[in-house]
Ligand binder design. Sequence first.
Ligand code: B12
Ligand code: SF4
Length: 508
Amino acid sequence: MRILLINVPHPAIGSRIPDDHLPPLGLLAIGGPLLDDGHAVKLIDGEFGPMPAADIVAEALAFAPDAVLFGHSGSTSGHPVIAEVAAAVNAAMPKAAIVYGGVFPTYHWRDILRDEPYVTAIVRGEGEETARQLMLALQYGHSLGHIAGIAFRDHGRPHATPQAPVITDLDAYRIGWELIDHARYSYWGGLRAVVVQFSRGCPHLCNYCGQRGFWTRWRHRDPVLFAKELARLHREHGVKVINFADENPTVSKKVWTIFLETLIAEDVDLILVGSTRADDIVRDADILHLYKKAGWERFLLGMESTDERTLKLIRKGATTTTDREAIRLMRQHGILSMATWVVGFEEETDRDHWRGLRQLLSYDPDQIQLLYVTPHRWTPFFRLAANRRVIQTDRRWWDYKHQVLATRHMPPWRTLLWFKFTEMVLQCRPRALFRTYLQRDRRLRHAMRWYTQMGCRVWPHEILGFLRDRLTRHGPTVAEFWGGPQDAEEESMAARRPERPTHLRKAA
Ligand code: B12
Ligand code: SF4
C-alpha cells in the first residue's frame, strides 16, 4: 500500500511562534511498523511554511496514496485543521481511504463519523498495532469489523469495535525516524531535536487530565535500549535536544536510575527536557546529580495551582510544600524548573489571583507558563465544568492559551490582565533577569534567553489575538457546546487489558 502521513499546520503559538519545529512523534510511531510491514510510507509535515491546504493536497496527489493518515498532538485544537485538510484531500482523491488517530478522535469518534463523511475509519487508543491491522484490511478489502480499537461507519451508522489491548512491550514497535530529515527539526533555539517517549501513562488521578486514561497504566521501554537509541540519534543524526513526551517518565526510581546510568555511560552531549511530578523530584533528591550528568536541563512541573483547596478539587495529589521543595532541589543541581499554573479551575476573584501570584513568587521557579482551564469531554473535570459558559466557540483556540470559559467574578479582559501581570512579575523580577542574562552556566543562560525571547513574541501575539478574536458573551454551556460528559468512556478505555504482542520485534 502507498500510505501518506499528514501533519497539518496548527495555528497555536506552540507551532507558530518558535522558529523551531519538532518531529510529529505520533505519526512516526505509526509509520515505523507500517514501513516494517512493507508499505511505501511518506510523511508530509505541513508545519513547515506553514503549508496551505492546497499545497498539502498537491503534494499528496503527487504521491498518489491508497490511504491518507491524520493525527496531531494539538489534539482538540488540531481537529478543525485536520477536518479542513482531510476534506480537501478527499475532494482531490476520493478513492484514498482517510484514517484518523490520536487522543481527540479516540473519544469524539461518534461526532466525527456523523459529521465528517470523508473519514473512513478512526483508530482509538495507541495506534501502532491497530494501524497495521487496519492497513492490511484495507489493502485486501477485508471487513473492518474484526479489528479491535477502531470506529467506522457500519451500514451508515458510527460503530466502534471493542477496545484494543494496551501494548505491554513498547520496544516491539520502532519509530519511523527515516521518514524525516533530522536537519529540519529543532528546539531550544535552533538545536537539532526529537521528541521521544520512554513511558506511557501515569499512576496519578488528576481529574482534568486528558492523557491519563488514554494511555492507561504506566508502562516503560527497556531503559538500556532506550538510552542507546538516544545515543544513536546523537551519533548518527547529530540530535542534540531530546524532548520527552512522557506524562511522567520518573515513576519507577529503579528503572529511571538504570536509564540515567546507561545514558551517562554512553557519554553523549545531550540536552534532555520534559515533564514530571514534583514529588518524584523530591523522592529522587539523592540521585538528582545523575539527572544533571545525563543532560537534564529543564523539567516542566505541572503545579496547576498554588492553592491547597484547588489541588484537592482537581485531585492533583500534590502539596504546595513538595512543589516548592522540588524547585529548590532542581536549582541546587543546576536544572531549570518551569512551573505551569492554570487559571480558571475555580472562578477566581481578584484576591485569589493576588494570592496565587504571591505564592508563585515564593516558589521562585525559573520559568512560568500560565494556561487557561480547558475541559475535555472525556475527563471527570468536564462534569464539574459542564454548566459553565463557553466564551470561545472556535475550537482551534481550545489550546490552553485562550480563555474558553466565562468566570463569574470578572470579565475576560480582567482575567487576561491578571494572567499577563502574573507572567510579567515572575519573568521580570530581578532574580529572573539575573538568571536570564547573568547566569554563570552557559547552557542554562542559553535556555533562559531562548525562553525569554519566545515570551517576548508570545506577548503581543496573545494580546493582539485577544483584541482581534471575538469572544461570545452569551455562549452555550460547556455541555451544550461539546455534548454530554464522556468520562465513563474514558474509564472503559482505562480498563483495557494488556496483551503481549508476539509478532513484531524492534529493528532500531
Ligand atoms: C510533544 C508535545 C508537543 C510538541 C509537538 C511536537 C510535534 N511535532 O508533535 C510541541 C511542543 C510543539 C507542542 C505544541 C502544542 N501542544 Co503539545 N504536547 C506534547 C506532548 C508533551 C507529547 C505529545 C506526544 O508526542 N505524545 C507521544 C505520541 C506517541 O502520542 P500521540 O501523538 O498521542 O500518538 C499516539 C496515539 O495517539 C495514536 N495516534 C496519534 N496520531 C495518530 C494518527 C493515526 C493515523 C493513527 C492510526 C494513530 C495515531 O498512535 C500514537 C502511538 O500510539 C503532550 C503531553 C503528553 N504527555 O502527551 C502535549 C499535548 C499533546 N499538547 C497539547 C497542546 C494543547 C499543544 C498546543 C496546542 C499548545 C499551544 N497552545 O501552543 C500546541 C499545538 C501545536 C503542535 N504542533 O502540537 C495538549 C493537547 C490537549 C488535548 N487533548 O487537546 C497536550 C496533551 C498537553 C496537555 N497536557 O495539555 N506539543
Ligand atoms: S500527574 Fe500529569 S499526567 Fe499524571 S494524571 Fe496528573 S496531569 Fe495527568
